[in-house]
Design a protein around this ligand. Structure first.
Ligand SMILES: O=C(O)CCC(=O)C(=O)O
Ligand SMILES: [Fe+2]
Length: 221
C-alpha cells in the first residue's frame, strides 16, 4: 500500500485509533455490533430546544443540495441543504461538544451542514470519503485532505421512511430526535472503508432534518 494510492492513510489510521479509544471509554456512546465498520450512536446528544432551533435555521436557508460532482447525477440527492451559521451559539456549542466527545480537533471539521428531506426526498447510496481519482480531489486535497469521521445528528423523528441505511452491511437506522450517529469512513489501516456505503432512504411520511459534519485528516480550510 502506498500513500499515493491512499493519501492521508497514516493520519487516518492514527485518528481512527485515537477516536476509537476515546469512544470506547465513554458510557454515553453505544457501538453498533458490527465488525466491518466503526459506527456509534449517542442518544440525546442534542436537547429538544437545540433541535427546534436548528430546524428553524435550516428552514430559513434551505436550498437544493449540491453534490460535489452534481453534473452527472442530477437525481442523486434530492434533499435541501445549507451550511448553517457557524457563529451561531447553538452551532458553536455542538462543534465544541463533538470535539470533546471524539477528541477530533475542531479545526479538522468542515462547517456543519443542515439538510431537510421532504416527502419523497432521499440521498442515494454513497460513501463520504473522497474519490481521489476524481476531478475535485486536487481541491479537496489542499483543503484538508481525505475525510476521516462523519458525525450526523437527527433533529427529529420521522413518521415513516427516511432511515439511514448502511447498504452493504444491511443495517438500517431510523431517525431519532437528538441522536448522534458517528462513523469512521476509514478502516483501521487508514484506507477508505467500502462497508461505510450508506443512503438516506426516501421520507414516506413527514419531513426529516439532519445536521452533518465531516472531519478531515488535516485542518479544513
Ligand atoms: O440523511 C441521512 O440519513 C444521511 C446523510 C448523508 O449520508 C450525508 O449527508 O452524507
Ligand atoms: Fe453520507
Amino acid at each position: 500500500m502506498t500513500g499515493a494510492a491512499h493519501p492521508d492513510f497514516r493520519a487516518l489510521a492514527r485518528i481512527g485509533a485515537a477516536v476509537r479509544e476515546r469512544l470506547s471509554a465513554d458510557p454515553s456512546v453505544r457501538r453498533f455490533p458490527e465488525e466491518r465498520i466503526e459506527l456509534y450512536a449517542v442518544e440525546s446528544f442534542l436537547g429538544a430546544d437545540e433541535c427546534d432551533r436548528l430546524i428553524g435555521m435550516i428552514d430559513a436557508v434551505a436550498c437544493p443540495s449540491s453534490l460535489i460532482d452534481d453534473k452527472d447525477w442530477p437525481d442523486y440527492r434530492t434533499s435541501c441543504s445549507s451550511d448553517i451559521d457557524v457563529w451561531d451559539d447553538t452551532v458553536r456549542g455542538i462543534d465544541a461538544r463533538l470535539a470533546a466527545l471524539t477528541g477530533l480537533p475542531a479545526t479538522s471539521g468542515e462547517s456543519a451542514q443542515g439538510q431537510r428531506y421532504q416527502c419523497g426526498q432521499y440521498f442515494q447510496e454513497h460513501c463520504d470519503w473522497f474519490d481521489t481519482s476524481a476531478g475535485y480531489w486536487p481541491r479537496e486535497k489542499r483543503s484538508g485532505g481525505q475525510r476521516s469521521w462523519t458525525a450526523m445528528i437527527y433533529l427529529n423523528s420521522v413518521d415513516e421512511g427516511g432511515t439511514t441505511d448502511f447498504t452493504r452491511i444491511r443495517l438500517s437506522v431510523p431517525p431519532l430526535a437528538g441522536c448522534l450517529l458517528l462513523w469512521n469512513n476509514a478502516q483501521a489501516d487508514g484506507t477508505p472503508n467500502p462497508w461505510s456505503m450508506h443512503a438516506a432512504r426516501p421520507v414516506v411520511r413527514g419531513v426529516k432534518y439532519v445536521v452533518t459534519k465531516w472531519f478531515r485528516a488535516r485542518a479544513w480550510r
